[in-house]
Write a protein that binds this ligand. Structure first.
Ligand code: FAD
Length: 474
């Protein structure tokens, strides 16, 4: 990959903003160093274009972020942790393999269910577990059938029009949390069935099909950050304002201005909808409406360390490194647990939608007590075994993400397509929100959308060549 040099030009008093100093000229400014920004930068650099990547936070990776300090045993991913939709082709998974990363198929790890203090070997528990699996399968089948019957976005309906039929099923809370809310991050009444159907068309049984979802031992955040190595990246540099007119684009940070022919904006739709970046002139009304039509849902992740294997009692049934445990039956939805994560005594908790918002709003002590309490409710001696180490995400309250990942408002799936057109051949959008073909809400979708935006910017710069996905991922 070729590196571009950045040419510094003093625009002097005649520059576009009085406070802009120093100023820099590049072909393309990229706002955000998440997967999309990294994919875009690598593509443009491979074409010998000059770019600068401006990242508000102190690390590259965005919503892929490994906590490398809380646990000495493993990095813990506060955001994305799985390569998904691998069977349909996931360029990042292929890159991870080519770079020698250790990965593990999620379905190689057993799934278990909590039923109070009764062990999984209890025959009644085994029957209930089988019913739980069949409820999940029935719900997914109903969602796919209903989604396939929608011919135009105008016929779109809420996901709840399908899932409400299961509301009295004793397994509903688990099935909805594991297989619907964890894909959209939103309550079923708020998300588009057509949008969910696009995802299910790629992965009809998410997290269950062998070969489709992989963990990465070295940490997903670390892997994505590694793809940013060597990029002309400015960390801790929030973009405040993007001004554009027929002479070009000026991207303003607190202390500098960057003149460019084009800008690729990868901030989430939630950040853009909240005017996290000031556009001058305002983005056209249809673009603002499309941004508002693709809101972000919520996912909360936490991990706690334990002095011993608190799931030892479950090992009487099966040996495992990691197992997925769902929430207690019959109660309100609780978190999903990845227990014995990578054969450590670190236990991961994942909650979605409203529960995620509630947990993010609690103090660290409140979160800890809730999570330990959930385990205690199930007869797991968690409080006495807790070793004091805990980490938790806060994607909803982070001003530079303002949520986990996107879903379309009902009837608004076309907004994802509309945003891909960009503005005046000068402003291009990339990121998981702007991803088509059911790849939204994912890292590989974000990364490939960055490549697409770079291709669009190259065309606007008069470069005819089209860069393929794999070349930018090598
Ligand atoms: C808890 C959680 C679990 C997930 N699990 C998975 C998973 O297992 N598998 C999967 O494939 N996907 C998963 N995802 C989704 C995946 O993380 C995202 O789709 C992907 O990381 C989005 O990348 P992006 O580049 O579009 O956005 P981001 O990663 O958000 O990157 C945008 C960047 O822009 C920066 N920024 C924002 N505003 C400004 C500004 N004004 N100036 C400069 N920079 C700015 C942000 O700091 C950020 O770094 C998960 C997400 C979450 C939150």
């Amino acid at each position: 990959m070729k590196q571009s040099s950045v040419v510094r030009v003093d625009l002097g008093a005649g520059g576009p903003t009085p406070s802009a100093s120093p100023s820099t000229d590049v072909d393309v400014v990229i706002v955000g160093a998440g997967a999309a920004g990294i994919g875009a930068a690598r593509t443009l650099l491979s074409y010998g274009r000059s770019v600068v990547v401006l990242e508000a936070q102190g690390y590259a990776g965005g919503r892929a972020c490994s906590d490398n300090t809380t646990f000495s045993e493993i990095p813990f991913d506060l955001g994305a942790q799985l390569f998904q939709q691998v069977l349909a082709g996931n360029v990042l998974y292929q890159t991870a393999l080519a770079r020698g990363n250790a990965v593990a198929d999620m379905t190689a790890f057993p799934t278990a269910f909590f039923f109070g203090k009764r062990p999984p070997s209890d025959p009644e528990v085994q029957i209930a577990a089988a019913e739980m699996v069949s409820t999940t399968a029935a719900m997914l089948t109903a969602l796919i059938a209903a989604g396939a019957s929608i011919l135009t976005p105008a016929q779109d309906v809420a996901v709840s029009t399908v899932t409400d039929a299961f509301e009295n099923d004793p397994y509903y809370a688990n099935a909805i949390s594991l297989n619907v809310e964890s894909i959209t991050g939103a309550p079923p009444s708020e998300s588009s069935l057509l949008d969910l159907f696009a995802f299910l068309s790629v992965s009809p049984a998410p997290f269950v099909i062998p070969g489709d979802s992989y963990f990465i031992k070295g940490g997903m955040g670390n892997f994505i950050a590694g793809l940013a190595d060597g990029l002309p990246l400015q960390l801790n540099t929030p973009v405040q304002r993007i001004a554009y007119d027929s002479s070009g684009v000026t991207v303003h940070t607190k202390s500098a201005a960057y003149r460019a022919k084009a800008v690729i904006v990868t901030a989430s739709t939630a950040v853009l909808a909240a005017d996290g970046i000031d556009f001058a002139p305002l983005l056209p009304a249809p673009v603002r409406e499309a941004i508002a039509a693709i809101p972000l849902g919520h996912i909360y992740k936490a991990a706690l360390g334990f002095k011993s294997d608190i799931f030892a009692q479950l090992k009487t049934v099966t040996e495992f490194n990691t197992m997925t445990l769902t929430t207690p039956l019959g109660g309100p939805p609780g978190p999903t647990y990845f227990a014995k994560f990578w054969d450590t005594n670190v236990v991961e908790f994942l909650a979605d939608a409203d529960l995620a918002v509630t947990l993010e709003g609690m103090t660290a002590t409140g979160q800890r007590d809730y999570l330990l309490g959930q385990l205690e409710l199930n007869g797991i001696p968690a409080s006495s075994a807790f070793d004091g180490r805990m980490t938790a995400s806060s994607w909803g309250t982070n001003q530079y993400t303002q949520g986990a990942y996107s879903h379309a408002n009902i009837g608004s799936v076309d907004a994802r397509t509309a945003l891909r057109a960009g503005v005046r051949g000068q402003i291009f959008f990339a990121g998981e929100s702007f991803t088509l073909g059911g790849l939204h809400s994912s890292l590989h979708g974000a990364y490939t959308s960055g490549i697409s935006a770079a291709n669009a910017a190259l065309r606007a710069l008069g470069v005819a060549a089209e860069h393929g996905v794999s070349a930018a991922a090598d």
